[in-house]
Design a protein around this ligand. Structure first.
Ligand SMILES: [Zn+2]
Length: 182
């Protein structure tokens, strides 16, 4: 399956690498190589990192901590202290180096630890922002948490392609199946 970056924050996109969390969770990060690919595809992170098992486990624990804290924001309840500890520890490390190239392209370099630190800092920035609107996707079974930055915060789905169109297509099929009343 492909990685999807529609949450509005890399940490939330990382948390969403587990889909369908309440039913039968689908984990897109099954092995360190999956994490390497995720980092490469995520904007603002190094293009190439290598993941050993220890750092892979650290990434998964950061992912679950971010999910828990984001869910705390969705449900408007106090942050889970254990998850705060994990995110704060990850954020304390060095971050990737950036440089601007002649063509105006930013080059990001660093190892996986640095990439995770960057993700954790991004998580802290948004979790600490009282104006950030955390929402869970309206498609039953998606469970992705995203930032709603739309005017009036009326966005209902994590992404139109990912979920919005699927919900609309299902509703259309249901209407077509419904018996026509005289
Ligand atoms: Zn969704």
């Amino acid at each position: 399956m492909e990685f999807v970056f529609v949450s509005g924050n890399p940490a939330l996109d990382l948390a969403a690498t587990v889909g369908s969390r309440r039913d039968e969770p689908i984990d897109l990060l099954a092995a360190p190589a999956d994490l390497e690919r995720w980092v490469a595809e995520c904007a603002g992170l190094p293009d190439r990192v290598s993941a050993d098992l220890v750092t892979f486990e650290a990434a998964l624990s950061l992912r679950e901590a971010v999910y828990r804290l984001a869910l705390d924001r969705v449900l408007d309840r106090p942050f889970d202290p254990g998850s705060l500890g994990i995110v704060n520890a990850a954020a304390a490390g060095p971050v990737p180096a950036i440089s601007l190239g002649g063509a105006g392209v930013v080059h990001v370099s660093g190892d996986l630890r640095a990439a995770l630190s960057q993700v954790a800092r991004g998580a802290i920035a948004v979790l600490a922002d009282p104006g950030a609107c955390f929402k869970e996707c309206g498609r039953a079974g998606c469970t992705r948490i995203y930032l709603d930055r739309s005017r009036g915060a009326r966005r209902a789905w994590c992404g139109m392609d990912e979920c919005g169109n699927r919900v609309k297509a299902a509703a259309y099929r249901a209407r077509k199946r419904a018996p026509v009343r005289p």
